[in-house]
Design a protein around this ligand. Structure first.
Ligand SMILES: O=C(CO)[C@H](O)[C@H](O)COP(=O)(O)O
Length: 238
């Protein structure tokens, strides 16, 4: 009973953060980035409502996954691509874990690579979360997703273990290896609290076969957190 009402509360907070962010940051004629996951889905819904009510016109959206693309298309949101619009005005996306400096772990939904590509193409990255995602240090609450090519994946697994992770191949609801939109595997890497995320990101970034990872460092410009005391907006500490 209480876990059901906890889930309802969390969903309500996700919706509040998403609604607040779309109203505060999306403007008519913008190219916007649409994240992936249950929180980002509320932002897509708010964008569709705002268009239907005439508050936002001439907005084009870059989705960060096939899932978000299908949702946005179904709600009549006009879509574009980074080929047509290589600079995105504002992206709104969720996260799995947020540290005090607004660095993130993302990729719980498996869309980490496209999410990072769109984030890096964005002038502004607005992260929307419920307060349960806040963390004193990355890796405390969530394993780090690492996307790897299927070719040679076991050697990537050993490499990640050599860096101190316990590694699990992500599986889908049928128990099959989960495949990303690019057809790659996701290795969920439990490092425990990560002391030096920049160093880890550099090690991962220089490994052939590692296609992406869920450390989003220095990308967030704005954080919108919904908690029991309402919605709070923070900007990146300088
Ligand atoms: O990074 C992500 C997908 O790859 C999501 O933004 C993250 O997993 C948060 O998901 P949710 O909003 O459902 O809690």
């Amino acid at each position: 009973m209480s876990s059901h009402s906890d889930a309802n509360d969390t969903a309500r907070l996700k919706r509040e953060a998403a609604t607040w962010a779309v109203d505060a940051f999306f403007r008519s004629s913008m190219v916007v980035g649409l994240g992936t996951g249950s929180t980002a889905a509320f932002a897509v819904q708010r964008l569709a409502e705002s268009r239907a009510q005439g508050r936002l016109v001439d907005v084009r959206a870059v989705p960060t996954s096939r899932e978000t693309e299908a949702l946005a298309r179904g709600l009549g949101v006009p879509l574009t691509t980074l080929d047509e619009d290589p600079v995105v005005d504002v992206t709104v996306d969720g996260a799995d874990e947020v540290a005090p400096d607004l660095s993130l772990i993302k990729g719980g939904g498996g869309a980490l690579l496209r999410e990072k590509i769109v984030a890096q193409a964005s002038r502004r990255l607005v992260i929307i979360v419920d307060a349960g995602k806040l963390s004193p240090r990355l890796g405390t609450r969530w394993p780090l997703p690492v996307e790897v090519l299927p070719f040679g994946w076991r050697s990537q697994s050993l490499f990640l273990e050599s860096l101190g992770a316990s590694v699990a191949v992500r599986r889908d609801e049928r128990g099959e290896p989960f495949l990303t939109d690019q057809g790659n595997l996701v290795l969920d890497c439990d490092f425990g609290p990560i002391d030096h995320p920049e160093e880890l990101a550099a090690r991962l970034g220089s490994r052939a076969g590692v296609v992406g990872h869920g450390l989003f460092l220095g990308l967030t410009t704005d954080l919108v957190v919904a908690g029991s005391n309402g919605v709070e907006h923070r900007t990146r500490p300088t």
